[in-house]
Design a protein around this ligand. Structure first.
Ligand code: IVH
Length: 748
């Protein structure tokens, strides 16, 4: 520092040059310290650089750089860990709460596999550890990588940290060449208490619960800190394997234990739901004495061959379920009811609560679902909570079930404040003032403002840039919200003209906005360009159409293949969607008339009358659309409604003009005999159930449809196939039987 000129003597040009140099030096020091964990300069020198930078900025405020080090508080870079793409996705589990959910789980699996109710079917039952999941990759017996779950597909590389955990062997003998061991990192109660005591002694914030402590410790950028934290690990699953571990779940766990992993000692083999529930009760009873947190019991099909047949839904296996312990609850005061407007216009009531701790987490909001829920009734008008309504000022019992949003379980009427009034649900949108209407049979009241409603527009944009949608790096919910408020981005298409409007050489530039700089602006422009090419399923999901989630979007993409085909089909089916809605209305009217006249309602004729006069093309397009497995009339109506709404359609069209939409080629599976083909299963199938047939066909890259049309490539017909087989014959579509199907695709 000594050889630098005094601030007062600096010319503007010298000041600008020095600020640039200081920004570079400080950024380099930051990187050395935080990312490489190898500081290059002393703390004192680092501070001196920052002081000088601030002093120059103080004298020449207009020269302050967009990447000024004074704006960066020396925090570690957000991207501290490198990313790891999991070879086999890390999935979550679907949840069950009641004993009936477990009998249904067993029944569902039997239906799927076509097993009778008395065929033997064994399950493992083991505690569900409340920690952080971790995947450990061993190659040639050496631990080569440890990764967190992340979003299931991409996690963080925490190898150095995992190596510090004593339950995790660095080397294992006699293991398959490639072995990914999966399990849970957790912290025992005693260790957690001691850690929090140390934190308090050092004047640092205590952790809210052992899970947070485990997660925080595992994600330390400095592995020396992880090493000081008493983390443990239970192995319960696996990812990529070069050779199977065993034929059964229990056998595989034994192998893992043989490699030196801790496997939970409360794992038991059960012969059905009764035994599973007995073991659940036993584990629940032992819960307080276990010495570590668990939040339920996980049941898994023991036979790994059956696990393979059952496979996965979009993010959970069909062969496992988590039976959660009852949620913790707490009483608190409901201060106010607010209405939030979602991307589809749904008005969602939210309870603002006096903050209260539930299961180690402070809760200050809870969902109230819809107006019926507040009024104390369900969608069919039956009482819930004994018919008690919820009012502002009430004492309410709140609970958290897993990670889901807190809910209100009960209301204490004895503590209801005098003069508390029933809640009046708004009939206009609190954001834009448009009418908020509730369709027949719908529990949700929705704003009719469409894109003129700022809340809907912002929510649509937030959805558009979310991870499963366009996922534009650096352009998250916060950024689009800001850009919307300032009028720079009003709809998704505007994102793709940002560079044209606010890029280099334009009178107003993104890089000059607060919180942005040249580098971040350029990065965004590039990240946006990268997404101009987008897979069809992602595009469909990104539009944020009601009822069209990731799974429906994927089903639609697989069925139609291209954006043009989808649009043409929805447009052609539009008049039929209208008929469908009218048929619902006609049915309701007929039921009412019949009740009044004291006769039986004639529903079918009432519904059918509405469809007369519809063109055969519209009817066929509607049948094709609603015939796609997983897509029913609700999704079809939502698609038509969205595409027919003029402003929304124009906005979608403007967006698509900027994109190159990648066609869906049947899940990119190309080496299967049915890849890209449209298959219809009809009649009785004997060697597999309908659900299994569909899942297998889709896994092989086929589209499965419920109705036969000229687009059908193959019909698999079992005994009793009727009109569909006939139609296939008329259209000259190839027809095979179930054995033919297995000959074609092989057995799993
Ligand atoms: S099996 C394919 N078994 O719970 C499914 N998960 O809610 C693999 N968990 O992400 C998971 N204890 O982090 C399994 N005994 C156990 C578990 C367990 C805790 C966690 C795991 C998973 C989450 C799902």
């Amino acid at each position: 520092m000594a050889d630098r000129p005094g601030i007062d003597t600096l010319t503007e040009q010298q000041a600008a040059a020095e600020l640039a140099e200081l920004a570079r030096l400080i950024a380099r020091a930051n990187e050395a310290y935080h990312t490489k964990d190898a500081p290059e300069i002393s703390d004192a020198d680092y501070d001196a650089l920052k002081v000088r930078n601030a002093a120059i900025e103080g004298r020449f405020p207009h020269l302050k750089r967009p990447d000024s080090p004074s704006e960066q508080v020396g925090a570690p870079p957000a991207q501290g860990f490198t990313q790891v793409r999991h070879k086999v996705r890390m999935l979550s589990l679907s949840n069950a709460f009641a004993p009936e959910d477990i009998t249904e789980f067993d029944a569902r699996i039997r239906r799927y596999l076509g097993l009778s109710s008395d065929a033997p079917l064994a399950f493992t039952a083991e505690p569900k550890i409340d920690g952080v999941s971790l995947s450990l990759r061993y190659e040639g017996g050496e631990l080569v990588q440890a990764a967190t779950r992340g979003d299931g597909s991409v996690g963080e590389n925490v190898t150095a940290n995992a190596r510090t955990i004593s339950d995790i062997p660095a080397r294992i003998d006699n293991a398959p060449e490639v072995l990914e061991v999966r399990g849970e990192v957790y912290m025992a109660h005693a260790d957690f208490a001691a850690l929090n005591e140390r934190q308090a002694q050092r004047g640092e914030k205590p952790f809210a619960n052992p899970r947070n402590a485990a997660a925080g410790s595992l994600r330390q950028l400095d592995p020396r800190i992880t090493a000081e934290r008493p983390l443990r690990f239970f192995a319960y699953a696996w990812g990529e394997l070069s050779k199977p571990l065993a034929d059964t779940q229990t056998g595989a766990l034994k192998r893992l234990a043989g490699f030196g992993f801790a496997v939970n000692p409360l794992t038991e083999l059960c012969d059905g739901p009764d035994a599973m529930l007995v073991h659940y009760a036993r584990i629940e009873q032992m819960r307080a004495e276990l010495g570590y947190d668990i939040d339920g019991v996980v049941y898994k099909i023991d036979d790994l061959g059956l696990q393979a047949r059952l496979g996965f839904r979009s993010s959970t296996p069909r062969w496992a379920i988590a039976h959660k312990f009852p949620a913790e609850t707490a009483w608190t005061r409901l201060v106010a009811i607010d209405i939030q407007v979602g991307r589809t216009g749904a008005l969602s009531p939210v309870a603002r609560l006096h903050p209260v701790t539930v299961g180690g987490v402070v809760v200050s909001n809870a969902t109230l679902h819809n107006e019926d829920y507040i009024a104390g009734r369900d969608a069919s008008g039956n009482p819930i909570r004994g018919g008690k309504d919820i009012r502002e000022g009430d004492w309410v019992q709140v609970y958290r079930a897993g990670d889901v949003i807190p809910k209100v379980a009960d209301v204490d009427l004895s503590r209801r404040p005098e003069g508390a009034q029933p809640y009046v649900f708004p009939t206009t949108c609190p954001e834009c003032g448009s009418d908020a209407i509730r369709e027949e049979g719908d529990s949700v009241r929705s704003c009719t403002g469409g894109l003129i409603c700022p809340a809907q527009a912002v929510e649509k944009l937030r959805h558009f840039v979310s991870r499963a949608a366009f996922d534009i790096e650096g352009l998250g919910a916060r950024q689009v919200e800001q850009l919307y408020r300032d009028g720079w981005v009003r709809e998704p298409a505007d994102i793709f003209t940002l560079r044209e409007r606010y890029g280099p050489g334009r009178p107003t530039q993104l890089k000059n906005r607060e919180g942005w700089g040249e580098k971040s602006a350029n990065n965004i422009f590039e990240a946006i360009d990268e997404r101009r090419k987008i897979p069809l399923a992602r595009l469909i999901f990104s539009l944020g159409i009601r009822h069209v989630g990731e799974v429906a979007a994927a089903d639609l993409a697989r069925h139609f293949g291209t954006w043009q085909a989808l649009v043409a089909a929805v447009d052609t089916a539009a008049p039929a969607a209208e008929c469908h809605l009218q048929a619902d209305a006609a049915e309701a009217a007929e039921r009412q008339a019949a009740a009044q006249e004291g006769r039986r309602a004639r529903i079918k004729p009432a519904r059918d009358a509405v469809w007369e006069g519809l063109t055969p093309e519209a009817r066929a397009a509607w049948d094709d659309l609603t015939g796609i497995d997983g897509i029913g009339a609700t999704v079809a109506v939502a698609l038509v409604t969205s595409f027919r709404q003029e402003a929304e359609r124009a906005s979608i069209d403007r967006l698509v003009e900027h994109l190159e939409v990648e066609p869906d080629e049947g899940r990119q599976v190309t080496d299967s005999p049915v890849a890209g083909k449209t298959v219809v299963f009809t009649g009785t199938l004997e060697r597999m159930t309908r659900a299994e047939a569909k899942a297998r066909a889709e896994a092989l890259g086929a589209r499965v449809s419920g109705s036969v049309s000229a687009k059908t490539d193959l019909v698999v017909a079992g005994p009793g196939a009727g009109s569909k087989e006939k139609k296939a014959r008329e259209l000259g579509v190839e027809i095979i039987d179930e054995d033919g199907w297995f000959e074609l695709v092989g057995t799993p």
